[in-house]
Design a protein around this ligand. Structure first.
Ligand code: SF4
Ligand code: SF4
Ligand code: SF4
Length: 272
């Protein structure tokens, strides 16, 4: 049972959030939404603990597709960064703001960039491309994320300024934004031969995710006494993290998405 502990804990935490928000707001949506996400995470982590190779992908599709199709396209909640600005500037603490607070702003202090490894609907598609392991050096173009981040805020401010910030506009932006992210993400992945190039250089959400995950409680640790410096963990890491170094200053320290490819490859089980 011990190996299933984190699956059970996570499910219970999500169920507690589900029930608390339902009781506080009287809105059944919160109960169903957080129960569904908690179940995907709990079942997926249990499958991972049982050794199923595709457990991460199971969670990624379960949560990612639900958020994109059900919340985004059917319920018309804009969960992109523009939606976050829109709800924030409207003073509405709805699903979009809660989503950012839990998954992308405060949650990363606990679980780092777990969102990026297990739930993101953009990465859900990018991870299907054939360049899991980046083929080439990391580019020095990370500044692009700050430009995209600023543009997203300016765009929403302009919509408010011109009285066009309506829920319909935000829905159109959600569809257009996702199509643009997918198109750009795929082209970039093919050009740079790196599935996660979009995550590394362009995604505006990393402006929140990276600084918060620097202090994450949940991290991959290396038992440096066991490590034989074979470099296998570095070869398989999709985010090019120097994971066999425990320092917070390690190269790409804020990039780990907790996918655990490195822990599976380590021949001496030095990573956990
Ligand atoms: S960096 Fe952005 S696109 Fe990539 S997984 Fe994280 S949130 Fe998704
Ligand atoms: S391979 Fe290891 S270090 Fe790299 S992102 Fe996955 S969990 Fe993090
Ligand atoms: S795979 Fe394991 S032994 Fe090899 S460098 Fe990484 S941590 Fe060390």
């Amino acid at each position: 049972m011990k190996k299933y502990r984190s699956a059970i804990v996570l499910f219970v935490v999500f169920e507690a959030i589900a029930v608390s928000l339902w009781l506080a707001t009287g809105n059944l949506f919160y109960l169903l939404n957080f129960t569904y996400i908690g179940t995907c995470l709990g079942v997926g982590l249990a499958l991972k603990a049982a050794g199923w190779h595709y457990a991460r992908e199971f969670i990624q599709f379960g949560v990612g597709a639900y958020m994109l199709v059900f919340l985004g396209l059917i319920c018309r909640e804009n969960m992109q960064i523009e939606g976050f600005w829109y709800y924030l500037l409207s003073g509405v603490v709805g699903a979009g703001v809660l989503h950012y607070a839990i998954a992308k702003i405060f949650g990363p202090l606990l679980f780092g960039r777990g969102w990026c490894g297990y739930c993101c609907w953009t990465a859900m598609v990018l991870d299907l491309l054939p360049y899991r392991q980046p083929r080439g050096p990391r580019r020095k173009i990370g500044f692009v994320r700050y430009i995209v981040f600023t543009l997203s805020l300016v765009l929403v401010l302009l919509l408010f300024h011109y009285g066009k910030a309506t829920s319909h506009t935000m829905f159109v932006l959600f569809v257009a934004g996702n199509l643009a992210y997918y198109a750009f993400g795929i082209v970039l992945a093919v050009l740079l031969k790196d599935n996660r190039a979009f995550c590394k250089y362009v995604c505006p959400v990393t402006v929140f995710l990276k600084p918060m995950s620097r202090y994450a409680l949940l991290r991959i640790h290396c038992d440096e006494e066991k490590c034989i410096h074979c470099g296998k963990c570095l070869e398989v890491c999709p985010m090019e993290v120097e994971v066999n170094n425990n320092s917070r200053q390690r190269r790409n320290a804020t990039e780990c998405i907790l996918c655990h490819r490195c822990t599976r490859e380590c021949p001496v089980k030095a990573l956990r």
